[in-house]
Design a protein around this ligand. Sequence first.
Ligand SMILES: [Zn+2]
Length: 194
Amino acid sequence: MKYLDLDFNVYKEDLVTGRFVSNEDIETFLKKPKLVKTFELLGCSVENRNVYGIRLGKGQIKILIWSQMHGNESTTTKGLLDFINFLLGDDLRAKNYLENVTLLILPLLNPDGAEKYTRVNANGIDLNRDAIDLSQPESVIIREAYNNFKPDFCFNLHDQRTIFSAGTGKYPATISFLTPAYNKACEVDSSREK
Ligand SMILES: [Zn+2]
């Protein structure tokens, strides 16, 4: 597949195929020479699996990205690995991008859920409903990453069921962006607009 003369096959990560992405896959990915100096251990899950953060770029705009807080939603993790391969490749657009942004990427926030292929973590908690309670170690990890990194933008990556279409057409939405409303009237403030 080619898009804007970008050959996707060059960056496609062969390590992960199918629907299961485990922490072992991530750890194998992180052993690549280009990645060795980019990542840090941010903490551990309920079952003591490592949760990693990958730091790329040196630009002013800070973007925090985390994937697979729902353990059975691995599509964006696979997309992220391809994206990281692109960023670490020779394409001038990637180099230019990394001059302008600093990324902190958590490729797999819920490694226990990934292992069992469940939405929830090992304590049966949906981490996407735990941002205020912070009752789970994985929730604390992403909160601390947020507090320390102070991002301008956050991307909370999820899979999406195929029932969502692009507009009223018959085609499924391949990628969707949701900027959650801050009030019941779904108004747009400056941060939501940005
Ligand atoms: Zn999800």
